[in-house]
Design a protein around this ligand. Structure first.
Ligand code: KIV
Length: 273
């Protein structure tokens, strides 16, 4: 019998059951190293399609492919043992039909071992969410600013800027909850709307630029660590790792150029003793 202790991984129903309880903590991660760090502190990790912009240098999430999401999902699953891992369905992998969505989501779940998928949209994806959840694939929904729709939205600015838009977003959130999503991301909406939706829904709301009124929060890891140059206004930078890395690389370059780089000497000294 194995003496190894198996760590119990958080599930989508566990997150669903947190409505009205302790706030849900979440961050994105795209590789095994960061996933291991995030795993210690977060309830779920999102392998977001933001990977396209953050890691691959793309100008939007639209070109991100299913194969890219699967590769990053596999890496995150290797690094995280405890948190629920949710992988984004990328643009073009689920909008065609509910059958297309199921085939894409099934690939993600089978090839990564993750516990849930996320997709963007409201009323128009409710039928798809119902189709996936009733076939064993938990879905995290995403309403408000939906970055995959950048070409029709035109900008990444906040949503819910008038009463009509607010009503549509509230209707979207209700539709995805009724369709069976275990939680819903609210992106870039004002606090009164986020508070109204959070009070209205039986599932947890996860805010990103949507105020503390939500049941939980998510941020893009590179933004909050200060690794990205430009971050949305609502993001607090909890560290300045970009500046720290720049200083370290500059110090290394200086030592190499000045022939004071210690590496070779140290290895020689080690061998002699
Ligand atoms: O892709 C992503 O990282 C996301 C978060 C911003 C919620 O969808």
């Amino acid at each position: 019998m194995s003496t190894q202790t198996q760590i119990k991984r958080i599930t989508a129903p566990d997150i669903r059951a947190r409505k009205g309880a302790a706030p849900i903590v979440s961050l994105t991660a795209y590789d095994a190293v960061m996933a291991a760090l995030v795993d210690k502190h977060c309830d779920f990790i999102l392998v977001g399609d933001s990977v396209g912009m953050v890691v691959h240098g793309l100008s939007s999430t639209v070109p991100v492919t299913l194969d890219m999401m699967i590769m990053h999902g596999q890496a995150v699953m290797r690094g995280a043992q405890r948190a629920l891992v949710v992988v984004d369905l990328p643009f073009g992998s689920y909008e065609g039909s509910r059958e297309q969505a199921f085939a894409s989501a099934a690939r993600i779940v089978q090839e990564t071992g993750c516990g849930a998928v996320k997709l963007e949209g409201g009323r128009h994806v409710a039928e798809t969410i119902e189709f996936l959840t009733s076939r064993g694939i938990p879905v995290l929904a995403h309403v408000g600013l939906t970055p995959q729709a950048i070409n029709t939205l035109g900008t990444f600015r906040a949503r819910g800027r008038n009463v009509e838009e607010e009503t549509l977003i509230a209707d979207d959130a209700r539709a995805v909850a009724e369709a069976g999503a275990f939680a819903v991301v609210l992106e870039a909406i004002a606090e009164p709307l986020a508070a109204r939706i959070t009070a209205d829904l039986a599932i947890p709301t996860i805010g990103i630029g949507a105020s503390a009124a939500c049941d939980g929060q998510i941020l893009v890891i590179d933004d909050m660590l200060g690794l990205t140059l430009r971050v949305p206004k609502f993001v607090k930078r909890y560290a300045e790792l970009g500046a720290a890395a720049d200083a370290a690389i500059a110090a290394y370059a200086e030592e190499v150029k000045a022939r004071t780089f210690p590496g070779a000497t140290n290895v020689y000294a080690l061998k002699k003793t």
